[in-house]
Design a protein around this ligand. Structure first.
Ligand SMILES: NC(=O)c1ccc[n+]([C@@H]2O[C@H](COP(=O)([O-])OP(=O)(O)OC[C@H]3O[C@@H](n4cnc5c(N)ncnc54)[C@H](OP(=O)(O)O)[C@@H]3O)[C@@H](O)[C@H]2O)c1
Length: 254
């Protein structure tokens, strides 16, 4: 019985990956991970594929230990690991409290490594790992500093892991979307007056991001930029960081 393990399945991209994998009948069961169990129950009712609920805080060692015990006991055949849990905060180092900054690193970096390395032993040829990074990974972002740095970590981690897994038939795809408006990411990220990003222009839709990234993952690409804007951003990294930072100062006022 093949399984897709999806973190962040209670909303946004994670829930959408569950929907699209279920519609395409790619796996026999979905293991849905998040803290809000009511949302996971709603997803369970919505999908035709059986959904197993794991109410977990991925930054809690005890929750991860329990999950590892389940893996060890059940030895699932994991066809997909999709790490979509993540959050960002908009603001400078003065405006974001220390705890939020630390939690961003814990979830976006530490938990990504923890869940990935816990699950790899249960994967086989043609299994797919999808790590949700961001275009924020492509350059330093003042006013989004810790978040962008955490996604740069995830992008580098994913790419090197993909090479380490060469020959196993397991591929790793780092997905780097630009803003997506129809998830809870932007409300959670909040805004502070002095660093306000005005309109989140050129935002994508979660359906497209998920469909395009599943295609890229199927083809074994190490990086997926799922829109024109994110692809332009990736190409623009030939410019020095200082130039990109200057462009960002203007862009966020649009
Ligand atoms: N939306 C954008 O503009 C955008 C752009 C680029 C990249 N991304 C990335 O895309 C990924 C998905 O974000 P989204 O847009 O789908 O946002 P979202 O709707 O806010 O989803 C975030 C998910 O992460 C889960 N989560 C947060 N903290 C957690 C924790 N400690 N333990 C377990 N689960 C946790 C949340 O579930 P619970 O609260 O129920 O735990 C939720 O399901 C993130 O990594 C984000 O950085 C988003």
């Amino acid at each position: 019985m093949s399984v897709a393990i999806i973190t962040g399945a209670s909303s946004g991209l994670g829930a959408e990956y569950a929907r699209q994998l279920s519609t395409k009948k790619r796996v026999d069961e979905i293991w849905a991970i998040a803290r809000r169990v009511d949302r996971l129950e709603a997803l369970q009712k919505e999908l035709s594929t059986p959904v197993r609920i794991f109410q977990m805080d991925l930054t809690e060692e005890a929750d991860m230990d329990r999950f590892r015990e389940t893996l060890e006991k059940e030895k699932p055949d994991v066809a997909y690991l999709i790490h979509a849990a993540g959050f960002g905060k908009i603001g400078t180092y003065k405006q974001i409290d220390r705890k939020s900054s630390m939690n961003m690193v814990r979830l976006n970096c530490e938990a990504a490594v923890d869940i990935t390395e816990s699950v790899i032993p249960y994967m086989r040829r043609k299994s797919r790992i999808i790590e949700i990074a961001s275009t924020a990974a492509f350059q330093p972002f003042q006013g989004l500093n810790v978040y962008a740095a955490s996604k740069a970590f995830l992008l580098r981690y994913s790419r090197a892991l993909g090479v380490e897994l060469f020959g196993t038939g397991i591929t790793v795809t780092a997905v780097c979307p630009y803003w997506i408006k129809d998830t809870e990411f932007i409300p959670v990220a909040g805004e502070t007056k002095s660093t306000a990003i005005k309109h989140f222009s050129f935002a994508s839709k979660k359906k497209n991001v998920v469909a395009v990234s599943l295609f890229f993952s199927e083809k074994g690409f190490p990086v997926c930029t799922p829109s024109i804007i994110s692809s332009i951003h990736r190409v623009s990294t030939i410019l020095p960081d200082s130039v990109l930072q200057l462009i960002w100062s203007g862009l966020r006022r649009l």
